[in-house]
Design a protein around this ligand. Structure first.
Ligand code: PLP
Length: 398
């Protein structure tokens, strides 16, 4: 192909894409788009921390004191704030240690690539997040098994298959390692991984467990400690991944687990060796966000009050909201076209909630994904609910 044909081909694809809405405000209960205030009904800032005065001040103070950039963690970039943040994360999660990365995408890549070689075995839920799928690919592992979404019975079938491979030693003479990996909260439906069953099976088949709790931290469990805490399994999961960009509203990701494992990641993870560390304001802001949660569960309670109210009202109106166990509330719609039209009409009513269609969800499962947050007042929620009712009537979808 000629270079000009290559660029033409790219143009064909990109012109079909829709540019995202541009936000002109902070990420609070409302967003300003095109100069107009819109109810923010779809962000993952579950606790409303993006505009929290303490979080903002922590970043400002840290910039005053230390400036902006850091460096490479293994060279001259490990800052005292990084260590404080890692300590706070470990305390929050109830693990021995933690290590931070520039995103959860990076943390997933590091978590798998660093310990899994091509002769090991990875068993993954079919609906796992793209960053897990990419991390598995990056590891180069040949033995990949996918189990049906949330289905512990199917997981055991896959483990039995994996057992056959384990009998064959690797070229280095060691037995292949089995890693079971799952999202904690699945971000499209808000359902949870069956962690108690997964832990039992992992013990039976001597497998390592990894849970990506990007949508569980700050949301599930005691005081938002996450989905592992929700199931009373603290200390029973080998590798916990978290994101600092969702409930904590900053940027960054982490791996939490046993000290030996974290020491190994510190020494070996390529994402830590060859990519820059978190900046000073990001680190200070994340640390403050975690401290807020360590001090009080007020915001988590507010998030759940809002979630229960919103869902109750949606149910009363007759919407199908699936079976979520987290605040993620899918409003199921009959088709992709209706989901898109529904979202556009909501926008005219000053409510911002994006449609979720194939390939983000299977065909026939189009929806608007609503995520309430602790920053919404009852009045804000009522405003959104009223708009949903109006649009549903117009489109005759109830
Ligand atoms: C389950 C899950 N893991 C990881 C990520 C990536 O998080 P980050 O934005 O910190 O890279 C996301 C973000 O959508 C997610 O939903």
């Amino acid at each position: 192909m000629s270079i000009s044909d290559f660029y033409k081909q790219l143009e064909e694809v990109t012109k079909a894409g829709k540019p995202p809405r541009v936000i002109e405000s902070g990420q609070g209960a409302y967003l300003t788009i095109g100069g107009v205030k819109k109810l923010n009904f779809c962000s993952s800032h579950y606790l409303g921390l993006a505009e929290h005065p303490r979080v903002k001040k922590a970043a400002q103070d840290a910039i005053e004191k230390y400036g902006l950039g850091t460096g490479y963690r293994t060279l001259a970039g490990t800052h005292i704030l990084h260590l404080e943040l890692e300590k706070a994360i470990a305390k929050f999660k109830g693990t021995e240690a933690a290590v931070v990365f520039s995103s959860a995408y990076m943390a997933n890549a590091a978590a798998i690539q660093t310990i899994i070689s091509k002769e090991d075995i990875v068993i993954s839920d079919e609906l796992n997040h793209a960053s897990i799928i990419d991390a598995v690919r990056l590891s180069g592992v040949k033995n990949k098994f996918i189990y049906k979404h949330g289905d512990a019975k199917d997981l055991e079938i896959q483990l039995k298959e994996a057992e056959k491979i384990v009998r064959q030693p690797k070229t280095d003479g060691n037995k292949p390692l089995i890693l079971i990996v799952t999202d904690g909260v699945f971000s499209m439906d808000g359902d949870l991984a069956p962690l108690p069953e997964i832990v039992k099976l992992a013990e039976k088949y001597q497998a390592l467990t990894m849970v990506d709790d990007a949508h569980g931290e700050g949301v599930m469990g005691r005081g938002g400690r996450g989905v592992v805490d929700h199931f009373g399994l603290v200390g029973k999961i080998d590798i916990e991944i978290g994101s600092l960009s969702k409930a904590f509203s900053v940027i960054g990701g982490f791996i939490a687990g046993k000290k030996t494992l974290i020491d190994y990641y510190n020494l070996k993870a390529r994402q830590r060796l060859f990519s820059i560390a978190l900046t000073i304001p990001d680190t200070a802001a994340s640390l403050e966000a975690i401290n807020i949660l360590l001090e009080s569960d007020e915001l988590v309670k507010k998030l759940w009050d809002n979630t229960n109210y919103l869902r109750g009202e949606f149910k009363k109106l007759g919407f199908d909201t699936g079976h979520p166990e987290s605040p993620i509330t899918p409003v199921m719609l009959p088709s992709e076209d209706i989901a898109k039209e529904f979202s556009a009409k909501l926008f005219e009513e000053d409510v911002f909630a994006t449609p979720i269609v194939f390939p983000m969800v299977p065909k026939g499962k189009a929806r608007i994904r609503v995520i309430p947050s602790a920053s919404h007042s009852r009045k804000d929620l009522d405003f959104g609910i009223k708009a949903f009712a109006k649009v549903a009537k117009e489109l005759k979808v109830l």
